[in-house]
Design a binder for this molecule. Sequence first.
Ligand code: SIN
Ligand code: MN
Length: 205
Amino acid sequence: MNASPTPDVCLRGVDVYSGFLDAPAQQSLVDDLRRVVAEAPLIQPVTRFGQPLSVKMSAAGAFGWISDKRGYRYSPEHPRGTAWPAIPDSVMAIWDAVSDCARAPECCLINHYSTTARMGLHQDRDEADFSCPVVSISLGDDALFRIGNTTKGGKTESIWLRSGDVAVMGGDARLVYHGVDRIAAGTSTLLKDGGRINLTLRVVT
Ligand code: SIN
Ligand code: MN
């Protein structure tokens, strides 16, 4: 991990720290996440209309974000009724390095993308305190990340997020629309079955 990082790119207010995590740091993060998902297995969420999302999800921290036939929300429990595991120290250290936020994250959402998964443009606005950023950590195959505006519609721009990159959506960019158009299969060997893991760290309350 860089000692005192500065972002390499700022796209529409989103700060991107390219290659923030070196290969050993990425591997140890994956090992920590394996322990988290052993306790809180990845699930395939559905919309309130019963449509499956293409991304599988789990979480660590006081809250996870879930979506089911009752709608979407933060929840203190995994759908199987257990508390979420603690956020690993390795993940907390990334928040401390880049967030510039006095509060600690209360949710580390784990999104697992197969090589065909995507995520439509959306805002992260289920949190109570928009003065805290959302910090995103990419692991595995490259993802084409699209960034729009703080209101719906208008011009968008995209950037490839690669394994080890960290992006921060904070300040004026806290509520930008964002999404993942596609995953570039085979661009990383970090995850043995391919695909991508994205972690987003959020202060929820
Ligand atoms: C998200 O918006 O929750 C995930 C973004 C990403 O996968 O890069
Ligand atoms: Mn999001």
